[in-house]
Design a protein around this ligand. Sequence first.
Ligand code: CO8
Length: 303
Amino acid sequence: MANALRNSFKYGCSGLLSQLSLHCRHGRVCASPYAAVQQRNNSSSAKIKVDLDASTGVAVMWMQSPPVNSLSLDFLTEFAISLEKLEMDRSCRGLIITSTLPKVFSAGLDIMDMYGKSPEHCGEFWKAVQEMWLKVYGSNMVTIAAINGSSPAGGCLMSIACDYRIMADNPRYSIGLNETKLGIVAPFWFKDTMVNTVGHRTTEIALELGLLYTSPEALKIGLVDQLVPEEQVLTTATETMTKWLAIPDHARQITKSMMRKQTIDKLLANREADTHNFVSFITKDSIQRSLRMYLEMLKKRKA
Ligand code: CO8
């Protein structure tokens, strides 16, 4: 199945919302509370665990890939399969993404998938990154990031692709697009998603300096929508989801499409070129050297 999905990246499976396949999920008959336990629909793979409560229509997707939920090709493949299943499941209207790991939501793209790898591998990896963003940013479901730890780079991208962000109120946790600090450049669709979230000027400063914001700073610039004590992140996300699901799906989905379609279409129209740019950039000797130095810095910091 993983191979089938990976193959679909090659041919470009686009975000559902961008195709305007706006089927209404609202107004379905709700199950009785007695049925709730039976209606819990859990699925699990090595790196992703999904709890779908069919009585509320809300799924919680747990990222469970130690040590730091880095977005490797394998992780992204499992992520895409899980998300696609939920998207196709008409009983699921809302998705909360969170982490089982202490202190880390996601460390972003797995650097080991970009370091010392063949151009073919880098191309396949990049298509999986694009697919993750297309699927989350274009989801028909309400998506909430329950950010219970640090979320740099690709972790920030995943968060800002959601409809709403709730972060643990802990100044030791940080979030942002820090690519320039690694000597690499956030691609245009990372930038566009950030601009759509916090505006042009803040994005310009954040991206050029590769800024990571503490959770209070992230709230101040609007990179996250709400801070709560760490132990309340998931319950607050669940309560917030109830408010979002009170809006009729078709109206919310069309509005979401109106806000996001142009940004999604830009990547869809340039997907091949974007992959080509990534591969030729990341395989350059100078960029590989920067990545090696960054990896060494991570190890030294640990020691
Ligand atoms: N990829 C691979 N391995 C990683 C990553 C990563 N992104 N992050 C951490 N690790 C590894 C560490 O090297 C360490 O390995 P080991 O145990 O073998 O020494 C292990 O994970 C644990 O890491 P830490 O000890 O640092 O864990 P902490 O809990 O102390 O800190 C953090 C967690 C805050 C997440 C910290 O690990 C960190 O800051 N990581 C780096 C995050 C980062 O800078 N990510 C950027 C990735 S690039 C990206 O997402 C977008 C790229 C866009 C490409 C565009 C090109 C054109």
